[in-house]
Design a protein around this ligand. Structure first.
Ligand code: NAD
Length: 383
């Protein structure tokens, strides 16, 4: 039975990947420092045969070496993500995204462990094409705009993965994820769908940044993780980069209207200028739609769900989460979607307010003893 290491496995995509791999009979090891992920995301996997997790940073070299040695395949998902986080914490973004990837690739290369790197559609930057293809130019904005540090750091990651493939014969696959959505995604760091859904369900205004004409495509997370697994198993995928996304797009204002309709919410929709939502001079892309021919031709990938169906499922997830006694405790989710958080508090301030509360809940949700031990070990390892 193959053992898979997922860095960032307690995050949104990572937790779904872990779930799917376990269902397919893999042994799964997760390494996550819970900086944007959550123990709640993997609470349902605890106790499953073949599942283990370690709460620590990818930067813990000796620990990473041990986990890489135990693994047959590595999915490197750990990264600083989310537009708000990137704009507010560029140092952390650059350091996490570049150093962690460098370390994962260096250690994986020692024994040539196949490694998949999660990159992003952000690397296309301001490219103005109807469809974005893997060989298209990457058009970055100026370094005075912090948002581009995420794209730039992921571009370096891609170059590193390609360099390791070419020079060190490490089998690497790069996937450029376009907006991926599903249960367990948080709106806390700027992701639009969970933010709109939480706002609509709690009767708060849906805050559309900019004029809302910017268009995006959204893909169901299970389609994405299935494709990631098939790609890392496919020898012809090594040394290549693949777009993973949906071929239909929607304007963000229309998305807000759709969420409002599907939740039967009486929330109003308000426009928030980018410089209030993020930072002065913030640049956004008018459109971002993938050409998926390459991944379709190699593994037969195609998105299985359309947006209304995806939204219905996410709404059902949040309704359940926010129902009953959860509603009283849902301040974090409410504020994650609220205008107050979106344009008021910084992520650092919001973290300071919610971290202690969140950790207490996570402790209760996880299998207490195991979690405490893991944290203690994690701390030890970091010293
Ligand atoms: N979700 C999307 O729409 C999307 C789009 C493009 C790219 N991606 C990429 O997919 C990957 C997963 O994204 P996600 O949406 O699940 O975000 P996420 O924030 O839910 O997951 C990232 C995980 O990495 C962990 N992490 C961060 N730094 C770490 C470190 N130093 N050591 C250990 N763990 C660390 C976080 O705690 C978190 O659990 C990322 O690499 C991201 O760039 C996601």
């Amino acid at each position: 039975m193959k053992t898979v290491l997922i860095t960032g496995g307690a995050g949104f995509v990572g937790s779904h990947l872990a779930e799917t791999l376990l269902e397919r009979g893999y042994q799964v090891e997760i390494l996550d420092d819970l900086s944007t992920g959550s123990i709640e995301n993997i609470a349902h996997l605890q106790g499953r045969r073949g599942f283990r997790y370690t709460l620590d940073s990818v930067m813990n070299r000796s620990l990473l070496l041990e986990l890489v040695d135990r693994a047959d395949v590595i999915f490197h998902l750990a990264a600083a993500v989310g537009v708000r986080l990137i704009v507010e914490e560029p140092v952390r973004t650059i350091e996490t995204n570049i150093r962690a990837t460098e370390l994962v690739l260096e250690l994986a290369a020692r024994k040539r462990k196949p490694t998949l790197l999660a990159s992003t559609s952000e690397v296309y930057g301001k490219l103005d094409e109807p469809l974005f293809g893997e060989e298209d130019n990457l058009v970055m904005g100026p370094t005075s705009r912090a948002r581009w540090c995420y794209a730039a750091s992921k571009i370096i990651d891609e170059f590193l993965a390609r360099a390791y493939f070419k020079e060190k014969k490490l089998p690497t696959v790069i996937v450029r994820l376009f907006n991926t959505i599903g249960p367990r995604q948080t709106g806390q760091y700027g992701m639009v769908v969970p933010r709109f859904v939480c706002q609509a369900l709690s009767g708060e205004p849906l805050t559309v940044y900019g004029d809302g004409t910017q268009r995006r495509s959204f893909t169901w997370v299970t389609d994405v993780v299935n494709a990631m697994i098939e790609l890392v198993e496919h020898p012809k995928a090594f040394g290549e980069v693949f777009n993973l996304g949906h071929t239909r797009d929607i304007s963000i204002y229309e998305l807000a209207l759709l969420v409002k309709e599907l939740t039967a919410s009486s929330s109003e929709i308000i426009l928030v200028p980018y410089d209030r939502a993020y930072e002065e001079g913030f640049e956004d892309m008018p459109r971002r739609l993938p050409n998926i021919s390459k991944v379709k031709n190699l593994i037969g990938y195609r998105p299985t769900l359309d947006l209304p169906e995806m939204l219905q499922r996410i709404i059902a997830y949040y309704k359940e989460k926010l129902s009953g006694h959860e509603i009283a405790k849902s301040k974090e989710h409410k504020s994650a979607g609220s205008e107050q958080l979106a344009v008021g508090r910084t992520i650092r301030q919001q973290r300071a307010l919610s971290k202690a509360q969140k950790n207490r809940r996570q402790l209760a949700a996880s299998s207490g003893q195991n979690f405490k031990q893991q944290r203690a070990e994690g701390r030890k390892g970091r010293r």
